[in-house]
Write a protein that binds this ligand. Sequence first.
Ligand code: SAM
Ligand code: SF4
Length: 336
Amino acid sequence: MHKNNTYPTTLIDSFGRKVDYIRLSITDRCDFRCVYCMSEDMTFLPRDEVLSLEECARLVKVFVSLGVSKVRITGGEPLVRKNALQLFEEIGQLQGLRELVLTTNGSQLAHQAFALKQAGVRRINISLDSLDATLFRKITRVGELDKVLCGIAAAKQAGFENIKLNALLMRGINDDEALPLTAFAVEQGLDISFIEEMPLGEVQHSRSESYVSNEDTLKLLRARYDLVSSAETTGGPARYWRIPNSSTKIGFISPHSHNFCESCNRVRITCKGELYLCLGQENKVDLRPLLREFPHDDKPLIQAIVDSMQAKPKGHDFNVKRAAPAVIRFMSHTGG
Ligand code: SAM
Ligand code: SF4
């Protein structure tokens, strides 16, 4: 316990980095089965292993009291979780929270976008890897492109501050979607980020063969657009470019190609309540037992979070060329 029973109002790790951003996965379930994210016969967690929405809200409240000002809700597909909206409403009202944001596959947005905006969600990232319905189905295994396009339209209408498309390209599968997806983003007035595939979890294809570097994607886009480099940063692994005469910002999320770890400001919490201090390392603290053993006392939870900062690693260790996944857990558990 800290001296005088008081706790810090800022989380600082042992490398002096301020952690003020959490990503919380509220479910491991999803209505899609994207080939790079899940195996075809994915087994989901028993319900009692997943944090209740009350536990999720309590965790976020504690983190905000420790200086966290940005919260991203993710999954799995966060919007398939029953009553997820109540959680957004509760978090949206927290004093001290500057930004509540969401990552979604867009399938539920057609009917939820407006309520999410009302609840206080400021920005949305929507994953979209192809504009071809057949290819979209092949990548998501079960998803319907039309539903996602309707979701994007609803999000635009709801008036979020920013909507960004997230696209993951795989060689020989959808790498030629980079241009149509960018053209769509420009036409719709949306931002777009390209994410390099990360070796998280065992999947059916060879990640080293499907891997498309952002350098290649950038080269392709520069042949078509006069991209202007932008100094904008979120403290994460993204580098940004602007397209002149358009509002579109293009991001390249490159955990492999760039070392972004020195400015890392974030930690992730899985739907089981595990606090992962780095996406690419196994250092974690299990918060669920503390939530459940001390339902009315936040002190043990706070102490564990404060102490965990000493275990945040300096950086990740991804190498897509390795045969085995660098990290056994799936992105849908940890939250993207
Ligand atoms: N279901 C939501 C969605 O798809 O946006 C939220 C969760 S999903 C795990 C978040 C992001 O992680 C998506 O943009 C997805 O493309 C990305 N993702 C999943 N598996 C990945 C992997 N192996 N490497 C890189 N990104 C991955
Ligand atoms: Fe579901 Fe998102 Fe993973 Fe696709 S990337 S399977 S939509 S969690």
